[in-house]
Design a protein around this ligand. Sequence first.
Ligand SMILES: C[S@@+](CC[C@H](N)C(=O)[O-])C[C@H]1O[C@@H](n2cnc3c(N)ncnc32)[C@H](O)[C@@H]1O
Length: 304
Amino acid sequence: MNQVVIIFLIAIGLALLGGILWYLLWLTEGMYLGWRVVALLYDLYAGRYDRAKRYDHVYETFCLARPILSRLRQDSVTAPLVLDVATGTGRLPHVLLEQDDFHGRVIGLDISRQMLFHAAVKLFGHARCHLIWHTVAALPFFDDTFDLVTCLEAWEFFPHAREDLRELARVLRPGGIMLISNRTGPDSRVMPGKTLDTASLQRWLTDELGLIEVTCARWQVDYDLIWARKTGASLPSGPRPLAENLRCPACEDGNLVPSADETAWACTTCGQRVSTGEDGVIELLPLYGRQPQRASAPSSARSE
Ligand SMILES: C[S@@+](CC[C@H](N)C(=O)[O-])C[C@H]1O[C@@H](n2cnc3c(N)ncnc32)[C@H](O)[C@@H]1O
């Protein structure tokens, strides 16, 4: 084979490889390569995330915080217990806690330790906020806990999105509100199996998760917002301490309660110890050698 043809074939091969890497690592941010790769990429990107996103506080206030608080107020929930799954650098906790009329407690959970570090820096001094290093799989909370569960710009990254969204519904209390985003921009068309058009997602939330009042609102250029409610009714959970809600991931039975200085947490049933980083992040993920498994049966009743 002549040399020119060989160089041409090598160039084509390199271009193909570059294209595949660009698609897998940049465009789709590791979503086809498993949760460890997603976590690693977000760890690497965490320091630049807020600069790249350029979140505008006024926009965030009027397009996220105010609609959330207004819906909660309609339900007479003045001090909600909120879970933000895949909280990243703490966008949602931050904008809620900045509102003078937000009297609730927010728990932000994410798989990327570095994203949580930046969240911790941003949220420093807010006592009514906790950050937890864990994946969406087998959420470490008891059933029917939160007044509001949110998940923004994230479910398309989840390894088993449908099962993982079921987890969000599990920890929402009956009558509680769910708010998730749905990716709709041109990128979403090149993410087969990871995205759904908004109408299909709404149908799925209704038919498969049994959620009600599922409505859609236009939000950002690339995302819609979907609101939904869990069937049934229960009293608001209110801003109770995290220790009442945090389920031990080891035995899935006891509560994790903090030491006096909150530098560590321990299970009331099996004694499992969990450390807290210097930035205050509760580090549950290192307890697992692999992706946490969902419990096969519903968790036991919350220990009061
Ligand atoms: C695009 S960012 C969105 C962050 C934040 N919600 C926001 O709106 O700015 C996606 C986030 O999802 C998190 N994530 C991806 N897969 C996850 C998983 N399986 N469990 C928990 N978090 C996950 C990533 O670490 C990242 O912080």
